[in-house]
Structures are given as structure tokens and as C-alpha cells.
Design a protein around this ligand. Structure first.
Ligand SMILES: [Zn+2]
Length: 316
């Protein structure tokens, strides 16, 4: 899941405490002049545009999990886009502000640093000028509890009204936090909390990615989708193989009636590489051909009544 938050960046020189924390993550000891520090709001407890909210425990877990996590650009995992690291987080309650349903507003603030370098110059300028301020976080959770029925999985749709109450989902049971990212926001977008999901890939898109990408990361659900897809293909393939075999058997019997001079193994060789469509066409044609030589219905009749038939032949 990815959630986006509009953030007021706090920019400043790191304190002694900051630089000590930052140096936990560096190989070389950095000085205050080496780094650019800023803060972002990662998430909060308000009901967002998608009618979802984090509960207090989720926020507390995220507070712990986000320390040390990287900040990236547009959720790109390319190493050149990983240019910031979170060195401190804090859950802050702003009693002067309430959530839309009247709770004290609580948000998760993260302090981050990036190394001052030529490569990071424009990135730092974008933060200073307020161009980069919308942040989204990527995390995983076990539960989305429904406000209407209290269940984790139900048919109530977030945002719809049930008995006059608008349904929202509470995200709880955070299992992991991956990264946060600055995201590009169209200028006309309303300020405030926004959110987007890392949409689950459709099977079609997974297959496309397998073809086009060098490496691929799939979620648990996506992996299940791939596994189900393969199982389904196996079943279909077994059914298809059975059908092909039955077509081949028919074709061989039609050949033996229509052109008995061609041996069964020769027919086998001729048809083994044909597509199912071609086998169907050949079967139809050979059936018609065989029918002109020996009417198939009477042949079947004869086969089924072979005792009588053999008797009658003997009578000749
Ligand atoms: Zn429900």
C-alpha cells in the first residue's frame, strides 16, 4: 500500500544530536556541512480521501519501522533515486487540530538527510523551494477493519453510506514499512492528504513485466495469482492434450477406412506436429472421405454387431 501526504518541510542545519544519529548510517563520518536535513510528514490518523485511516497502533509501529528507511523518488527503486535516509521519527499530536471525526490530530514526522553533492543539488533546491513536498509511504498491513461491521473482509465499500454513516476502513496490524518517496503532484491537485495504492498487477501486466523487465518484485497476492494461473494452465493443457489424442485416434480410423494403404505409423508421422485447428479440419475432411468409401454409421453398426456380422460373413 502506498499513502501520500502533503508535507511542510522543515529545513535546517543538523544539530549535534542529528549528526550523531546520521553517522549511524554512514561508512564515513559526516560533518554538519556534509549533509542537508529536512523533515517530512509520513502519515497521520485522519480519514483520507479513500476513506481509510491508520489506527494509533499502526502509527506507533510505523514510527519504529521507518527509522533508517530510505527516501526515494516516485517509488523508483533505482539506486540513483535513493537519495535520502530517515534518521529520526516521531509521532506528534496536535491538540489544536482535530481529525474529521473529532479525534486529536496525530501525525508521523520523519527527519531525513541527504548528502550535499553535485548530483543532489537540484533535489535539494526542489525541497528548499517547496516543489518537492508530497510524500507517499509504502507499507504492508494485515488488516483493514470496516467501520460498519468491524470485520476485516466484508462487502461494505469505503466511502458509501450505510444507515446514514459513511463507511471507512481502519488500517491496523502493520507488518512492514518499505520506503517513503517524494511523488510528483499535478499543480491543480488540492493541497492536503492524498493517497494512492500500489495497485495489484493484473496477470496480463505481470506477464508483460516478465517479458520486458530484467527483474520483478511481486507481492504475496500477485505470487498467488501467478501460481493459480499456472495451475489453471496445467489443467487446460491436460484437457487440451486429451482432446488432441481423441482427434488423432479418429483421424487414424478414418484413414484406415478411406485410404487403408497408408499405415497407422505413417499417419502418426503426418499428423503429430499439426495444430489442434488443423487436426480438427483434417478429422472433418477425413470423416467425409471415409464416409464416401464406407458409410460410417453402417460401419459402426457392423462393429457393434460383429457377432451377427461374422456369422453372416460365414454364411457367404
Ligand atoms: Zn463491513
Amino acid at each position: 500500500m502506498i499513502k501520500c501526504y502533503q508535507s511542510k518541510n522543515e529545513i535546517g542545519m543538523p544539530t549535534d544530536e542529528d549528526i550523531t544519529l546520521i553517522n549511524k548510517y554512514t561508512l564515513k563520518t559526516l560533518t554538519k556541512d556534509d549533509v542537508f536535513c529536512f523533515s517530512v510528514i509520513l502519515c497521520d490518523n485522519d480519514i483520507d480521501r479513500d476513506f481509510e485511516r491508520f489506527d494509533e497502533n499502526a502509527l506507533k509501529t510505523l514510527e519504529k519501522l521507518f527509522v533508517g528507511k530510505t527516501g526515494i523518488l516516485n517509488h523508483s527503486m533505482k539506486s540513483e533515486d535513493q537519495n535520502s535516509r530517515t534518521y529520526k521519527t516521531q509521532l506528534i499530536t496536535d491538540n489544536s487540530r482535530k481529525t474529521c471525526d473529532g479525534l486529536p490530530y496525530t501525525y508521523l514526522k520523519a527527519w531525513c538527510y541527504t548528502v550535499k553533492s553535485e548530483k543532489n543539488e537540484s533535489f535539494i533546491r526542489d525541497i528548499e523551494s517547496g516543489i518537492k513536498k508530497e510524500v507517499s509511504i509504502s507499507c504492508a498491513s494485515d488488516n483493514r477493519i470496516c467501520s460498519v461491521c468491524g470485520e476485516n473482509h466484508c462487502n461494505h465499500i469505503a466511502g458509501r453510506k450505510y444507515n446514514g454513516e459513511r463507511c471507512y476502513k481502519t488500517i491496523t496490524g502493520i507488518t512492514d514499512a518499505y520506503e517513503w518517496s517524494f511523488v510528483a503532484v499535478p499543480a491543480q491537485r488540492n493541497a492536503g492528504v492524498t493517497k494512492s495504492y500500489k495497485k495489484e498487477k493484473s496477470m496480463e501486466n505481470i506477464l508483460k513485466s516478465i517479458k520486458e523487465e530484467k527483474s520483478l518484485t511481486l507481492s504475496e497476492n500477485e505470487l498467488k495469482k501467478v501460481s493459480d494461473y499456472i495451475e489453471n494452465l496445467k489443467t487446460k493443457s491436460a484437457d487440451g492434450e486429451k482432446y488432441r489424442l481423441s482427434l488423432c485416434t479418429k483421424i487414424k480410423s478414418y484413414f484406415s477406412l478411406a485410404i487403408p494403404e497408408i499405415s497407422e505409423s505413417c499417419v502418426d508421422d503426418m499428423i503429430k506436429n499439426l495444430s489442434t485447428d488443423s487436426l480438427e479440419a483434417l478429422s472433418k475432411a477425413m470423416k467425409a472421405k471415409a464416409n464416401t468409401v464406407v458409410p460410417i454409421t453402417s460401419q459402426l453398426y457392423t462393429e457393434e454387431n460383429s457377432d451377427d456380422n461374422s456369422n453372416s460373413q460365414f454364411k457367404f
